[in-house]
Design a protein around this ligand. Structure first.
Ligand SMILES: [Zn+2]
Length: 200
């Protein structure tokens, strides 16, 4: 892609204020390391279990993401067609460091997948701060997917593109040694009790 207007607009909007109020596109934000986020999540996974955390994170992020999608499309005056919206979200989330999104969607069947390279959630797991304060690549691998929160944002986006509520379930995660995280469109409602359509 030769032109990246949305990427540039988002990236150049960042303001660093001495009173501690970092802003991006005029919205108060903050910067933290991906390793720290992975550390917070590690504790939640350990205490509460993978399925509960995934479902809880997904559902709460999904509600927030619905508002974010509408606000961002309005703020950037994104044309109301799917390809423009795909381009916008790809560039915007690259600019704010979430990862590189590639939508592989079938608009006729309302199905498909989204591939994410460099997910901040996945890469955080493979980095740790040592007791001496160094940030080192541990290469740590996981046997579970770790990017449910990202999936919730993708679900809100793709639901907007399709004009129909869908969910996005992470099927492969970079933390499991895969080259990228892969999220699949699901038409089943995501519930806390059965996060992947299973019983119990
Ligand atoms: Zn992942």
């Amino acid at each position: 892609m030769s032109q990246t207007p949305y990427f540039d607009e988002a990236a150049k909007s960042a303001t660093f204020e001495r009173d501690g109020q970092f802003n991006i596109i005029g919205v108060r934000a903050f910067v933290t390391s991906c390793a720290s986020i992975a550390d917070w999540m590690d504790d939640l996974y350990m205490l509460l279990g993978e399925r509960f955390i995934e479902a809880r994170l997904y559902l709460s992020a999904r509600r927030a993401a619905n508002r974010t999608v509408a606000a961002l499309l309005a703020e950037f005056h994104v044309p109301d067609d799917p390809k423009s919206k795909e381009q916008f979200f790809t560039e915007f989330y690259a600019a704010i460091g979430w990862g590189q999104i590639e939508y592989q969607l079938d608009y006729t069947k309302k199905t498909g997948q989204v591939v994410v390279k460099n997910s901040f959630l996945a890469q955080g797991l493979a980095n740790k701060f040592t007791a001496q304060g160094h940030n080192i690549a541990t290469g740590q691998k996981s046997d579970i997917t770790r990017c449910a929160l990202f999936g919730a944002y993708l679900a809100a986006q793709v639901s907007n593109f399709f004009g129909e509520e869908i969910e996005m379930l992470e099927q492969q995660c970079a933390t499991m040694g895969r080259p990228a995280c892969v999220f699949e469109v699901s038409h089943e409602r995501f519930s806390l009790r059965s996060p992947r359509g299973q019983d119990g």
